[in-house]
Design a protein around this ligand. Sequence first.
Ligand SMILES: [Zn+2]
Length: 125
Amino acid sequence: MSNINERIDAGYYTNNDTYPTNPKKVCQHCNVHVGIVPPKFCPECGKPFIDEYNARKEVYKNEMSKHRRQDSALVNLFKTDLIEEYGHDRDNEKAKLLVEKCWSERHSNGYREVVAMFEDFEEIL
Ligand SMILES: [Zn+2]
C-alpha cells in the first residue's frame, strides 16, 4: 500500500469534481445581461427571467453544498489516514488534536506540509 505522500501526489484527497459556477444574470434566450436586480421578464426578448434564474440558483446551491460535503469528506479521510499512517488509533484524542493543529497551521501550503508538521510532533503522542 502506498504511503500518504504518494497518495497526496496521486490526487487521492483531491476533489476532482468541477467547481460549481454561480449563475450569471444573463438571459438564457437572448444572452442579454439583465442588470443587477433580476427582472420578472427579460427586458430584451420579453421571456420569463426571474423564475429560470431562481431555478439555476437553486441548482447552484445544491451543487455547491454537494461540493463542500465532498471537500470535507476528503479532508476527514486525509486526517484519519494521517493518524493511522503513524500507527495511532483513529480515535486517539491527542492524535486528532495534533492533526487539527497541523491542519490549521499548514493546510494552506498543501497536504504534504501538514504531513511534515505531524511527523515532527507525533512522537510526543
Ligand atoms: Zn432575453
